[in-house]
Design a protein around this ligand. Structure first.
Ligand code: SF4
Ligand code: SF4
Length: 162
């Protein structure tokens, strides 16, 4: 027997229902895709890391990428090389968040995103109903909802989000 979170949210938290959901930092999207960046973005990241552009390209980009004026961030251990996993809740951080590539800024978390759904299922044992609402056991929903509230205490991540 499952229930939706809709009936459990205190008044004022209805924005969490439906498609609107903050990034809960499962890291699935950062594991699934390699971020592409332009030369200027690479220069910003190198400056942020206080390293030479040549060293950034050498250590952090995928050498298989054929582009001359753009790059692809390398994956390491099946995730973006800048993805950090912190804490027992498997919450992830982007180590270059202030200068992350535009494609990462444009990525928006949402219940319609297969990657976010994968994270919900994997980390929280939650699914999405046909009506687009979170579905799971009462304990799982309560745990996730409490986690969402704690997100406000963290530094902002991604787009809305990550
Ligand atoms: S948000 Fe950060 S960790 Fe995730 S793909 Fe982009 S650069 Fe990598
Ligand atoms: S955008 Fe979605 S898939 Fe990516 S880290 Fe956030 S919740 Fe996970």
């Amino acid at each position: 027997m499952t229930e939706t979170i809709a009936g459990r949210l205190p008044h004022g938290d209805a924005a969490l229902i439906g498609q609107a959901i903050p990034c809960f930092r499962c890291g699935v999207c950062c594991r699934k895709y390699q971020a592409r960046l332009e030369l200027e973005e690479a220069e910003h990241i190198a400056a942020y890391l206080k390293i030479l552009l040549a060293d950034l390209v050498e250590k952090y980009t995928d050498h298989r990428w054929p582009g001359q004026s753009s790059y692809l961030l390398r994956h390491q251990d099946k995730a973006c090389i800048f993805l950090s996993i912190a804490g027992p809740d498997r919450r992830t951080d982007c180590l270059i968040h202030p200068v992350r590539p535009q494609c990462c800024r444009e990525w928006t978390a949402g219940l319609s995103q297969p990657e976010c759904r994968e994270g919900l299922a994997r980390d929280w044992h939650l699914a999405i109903t046909l009506a687009g609402e979170l579905s799971g056991t009462e304990a799982a929903l309560a745990s996730f909802y409490s986690f969402l509230k704690s997100l406000k205490k963290w530094p902002k991540q991604k787009n809305g989000g990550r």
